[in-house]
Design a protein around this ligand. Sequence first.
Ligand SMILES: NC(=O)c1ccc[n+]([C@@H]2O[C@H](COP(=O)([O-])OP(=O)(O)OC[C@H]3O[C@@H](n4cnc5c(N)ncnc54)[C@H](OP(=O)(O)O)[C@@H]3O)[C@@H](O)[C@H]2O)c1
Length: 240
Amino acid sequence: MRTVVVTGAATGIGRAVAESFHAAGDRVVLTGRRRELLGTAASELGGAAKAVTFDAADAAAVTAALQELPERVDVLVNNAGGNTDFDRDAPVTLADTAAAWRANLDANLLSAVLVTTALRDRLAPGASVVNIGSIAADKGAGSYGAAKAGLASWTVDLAGQLGPHDVTVNTVAPGYVADTEFFRDKLDDDRRRSLVDSALTRRPSRPHDIAAAVAFLAGPGARQITGQMIAVNGGEHTTR
Ligand SMILES: NC(=O)c1ccc[n+]([C@@H]2O[C@H](COP(=O)([O-])OP(=O)(O)OC[C@H]3O[C@@H](n4cnc5c(N)ncnc54)[C@H](OP(=O)(O)O)[C@@H]3O)[C@@H](O)[C@H]2O)c1
């Protein structure tokens, strides 16, 4: 039985990722900030699922959570994040701009760096780290896209460090994924339609589409895939 840690696992993509590993018979640790929601998600999974509540972008909170996190980790999915601009007013002052950029860098880049660094010595030989990036890293989206581009860059660096220890590190970069809390209440019908129309498949991704790619990268067929950014976006942005 593998032990899998999924950050941001109470909702959306993280929840689907946790469900898919749990269905495969793995022991899953779900993390996030909202204790009650996380507890409900873990108890709905049942069996070998556990909830650990902490803010992945807070170094002290991650350190404190270490005692509740498993001693040996086979799969780490750094999924916690989102576009923090959706939770803030548009910046007016330069200080607002600095705070807005730091919020996205903290939520999407530092969160993965802190949790991975904290668990680094617990990653078993044969382990996989999968980061959840975004199409925004390639298409642009202010500080959010820049943070996800940073995550993709750091993926390459970390893959080089952990490769000799038989640990793979990859990023899955989704396009528009429906059935998540990502957009808060900011996605109107026109914008939703234009996102769907820009996918070659003419449908939104669903959390299970992303979970399937994560499961593959964490599986035995992907041991020679590392340092990569794998796009799961219905062809909205194509790589060659
Ligand atoms: N939905 C899309 O269209 C889309 C597209 C591309 C990439 N993504 C990426 O996919 C990932 C998952 O997002 P989602 O779409 O599933 O949206 P979501 O439903 O909002 O899920 C994000 C989860 O991350 C948790 N989280 C956020 N910041 C955290 C922190 N500092 N510490 C711990 N947990 C944190 C949230 O729970 P708490 O608030 O309780 O902590 C939430 O459960 C994100 O990295 C996002 O950037 C999403």
